[in-house]
Design a protein around this ligand. Structure first.
Ligand code: NI
Length: 412
């Protein structure tokens, strides 16, 4: 690890009396002790990636570690999810969520602890997230009897398929939670820094399926048939045009078709084409109206050319909307550890999706971006070369531990 953050001055710069638990906390000493083990855990998890919904070994490892640390642990919450709690039972409840799943990506980092499973890789940093969650658990456990709120840790499965949060939610993982924190690694920021943003952080995402129904015939006489391929081409371009002419440009919407199939032979007019795509937008209200708008637009295009359509829209995830007060609190905690330039306010949200949003339907919360780019930079997420700087683990553990302690004082 090479993080400057682990050598930051402690909290001594904060106002002196009366000292709160947050201010008294010997963060650095605790962290220094924990780091070698956390790095070891991260590398073990990295070497043994598991796909969404199949995080059995990871969950068992997490549950075992948490029990050793004295947390109350429940396994199988949201299938392979793990929930752990610490602190006074009747106190207000604050939560941290981290995710555990890997991706069907072939690793080519050449690291000594690279994936042992061919075709599987922690290419989205969820191995770091899991280690960070365990780090927070470790730092908080000696404080169990001094905590003024109960802390719940959610180790979530299946984030990559945007289902794990819903599974955990359905199993009651958010019941009673008053505030939720989350973190995601971010290769565009250098290690030792974080990015915060009030309001939209990530986009709503949906899956769009359009079936264009025409009438088959001979390729030589298209006027005697209804060409589904021609109409599908109209749908693909027509939707883009309609977005630019019919939707408010201040609320961007992205529709991308990633799959198209149809037709049987070079000289046969296709009677059926299937388009599969993804839809992204940042605004909750626009997102609520999008499925109906897309359906109407596609039907209008298809009918205009003599065909019919079947349209299906599946909401993958709502937008992540970061609560302003909780975001400010994370910023304050981070500023106790890092210099101002290392605590960045992100100007732009991302059109990526994150099912943390699902959990935010149950309680306000905030997710921050954790810088992981080393001196050589860092390949993008979901890339086989993705290699985050492990120094980020220390930063993530510190910022989140302090955020939880600070929440106990402020009850934002
Ligand atoms: Ni991710």
């Amino acid at each position: 690890m090479s993080s400057a953050a682990s050598t930051r001055p402690s909290l001594s710069s904060l106002p002196a009396a009366p000292l709160t638990l947050w201010q008294q906390f010997e963060l650095e000493a605790a962290l220094r002790q924990a780091m070698p083990e956390l790095i070891g855990l991260r590398r073990h998890i990295h070497a043994h990636p598991e796909l969404s919904g199949a995080e059995h070994q990871t969950a068992a490892l997490v549950a075992g570690e948490l029990r050793l640390l004295g947390w109350d642990v429940r396994e199988g919450v949201g299938r392979t999810g793990v929930v752990a709690e610490l602190g006074p039972a009747a106190a207000p409840l604050v939560a941290l969520r981290v995710d555990m799943d890997a991706l069907p990506v072939e690793e080519r980092t050449g690291l000594p602890f690279a994936s042992c499973h061919q075709g599987l890789m922690h290419a989205c940093g969820h191995d770091l997230h899991t280690a960070i969650g365990l780090g927070v658990a470790r730092l908080l456990s000696p404080l169990a009897h001094r905590l003024t709120a109960r802390v719940r840790l959610l180790f979530q499965p299946a984030e990559e398929i945007a289902q794990g949060a819903a599974w955990m939610l359905a199993d009651g993982a958010m019941e009673g939670v008053q505030a939720l924190f989350g973190v995601h690694v971010f290769p565009s920021l250098p290690v030792g820094s974080i990015g915060v943003r009030s309001g939209s952080l990530t986009a709503a995402a949906g899956e769009l399926e359009v079936e264009v129904l025409g009438e088959g015939g001979h390729g030589a006489r298209p006027h005697q048939s209804t060409d589904a391929i021609w109409i599908a081409a109209r749908v693909v371009s027509g939707l883009q045009e309609a977005i630019s002419r019919r939707l408010d440009a201040l609320h961007p919407v992205v529709v991308s078709f990633g799959k198209i199939e149809g037709g049987k032979a070079f000289n046969v007019i296709a009677d059926h084409v299937r388009l599969l795509g993804t839809v992204r937008c940042l605004d909750t209200e626009v997102h609520a109206e999008l499925p109906g708008w897309i359906e109407d637009t596609v039907h209008a295009i298809c009918r205009g050319y003599g065909g019919e359509a079947r349209v299906r829209y599946r909401c993958i995830s709502p937008p992540v909307h970061n609560d302003p007060a909780l975001t400010e609190l994370v910023e304050e905690a981070a500023l106790a550890l890092l210099d101002r330039p290392q605590v960045r306010r992100l100007e732009q949200p991302s059109l990526g999706a994150e099912d943390f949003a699902e959990l935010l339907t149950a309680a306000p919360g905030t997710m921050f971006r954790l810088g992981v780019a080393g001196p050589e930079g860092c390949p993008p997420l979901h890339n086989g070369g993705f290699n985050p700087d492990e120094g980020a683990i220390a930063v993530g553990v510190q910022v989140l531990t302090l955020s939880l302690l600070l929440w106990m004082e402020r009850r934002v």
